[in-house]
Design a protein around this ligand. Structure first.
Ligand code: HEC
Length: 140
């Protein structure tokens, strides 16, 4: 099976598989996008790391708002648990294993990254930070 037809068939199957779970595909596109930017930011970039994402999730920063020095100021230490805003509003778990509908809407993901990174770091998160954090949430 090495004819052009066979290759086309393989391609068609690959494409329909990629389109199958719309959620997973949307997340892959988001991660691929972050990877392109991360590579532009740093040519030495060699892929995202869930372990780095976990460290980032827990890290305390000094540049943001005093009542939200870390992602864990609102999201739970263990992303499979529910979080809580300073105002006391419950936030659903951010781990995909618990909240299966998360990160399907890139506009929503970007909106919250922008807002939360400003609150915690006092700046936007870099593409690598976002990709690492997302990889951690996808791994939990
Ligand atoms: C001040 C509270 C607060 C802090 C601190 C915070 N978040 Fe959030 N985050 C929220 C709220 C509220 C939502 C939206 C409600 C929801 O999605 O359940 C949210 C949603 C998100 C989403 C979108 C999830 C989705 O389903 O698309 C991402 C991504 C996110 N946060 C990342 C982070 C990261 C990364 C940090 C640390 C740099 C962080 N957050 C720190 C409150 C916070």
């Amino acid at each position: 099976m090495n004819s052009p037809q066979a290759s086309l068939l393989t391609l068609a199957i690959a494409l329909s598989l990629a389109a199958l779970p719309p959620g997973a595909a949307a997340r892959d596109v988001l991660l691929a996008d972050y990877a392109v930017t991360a590579k532009k930011d740093d040519p030495a970039f060699a892929g995202f790391s869930a372990a780095r994402g976990e460290a980032f999730h827990r890290k305390r920063f000094a540049g943001g708002k005093p009542d939200s020095p870390a992602c864990t100021s609102c999201h739970a230490d263990d992303p499979r648990a529910a979080g809580r805003t300073p105002a006391g509003k419950t936030i659903d778990a951010v781990a995909v294993s618990v909240s299966s509908t998360r990160y399907l809407d890139p506009a929503k993901v970007e909106k919250w990254f922008r807002r939360n990174c400003q609150d915690v770091l006092g700046r936007e998160c870099r593409a690598q930070e976002k990709g690492d954090w997302l990889s951690y949430m996808l791994s939990r």
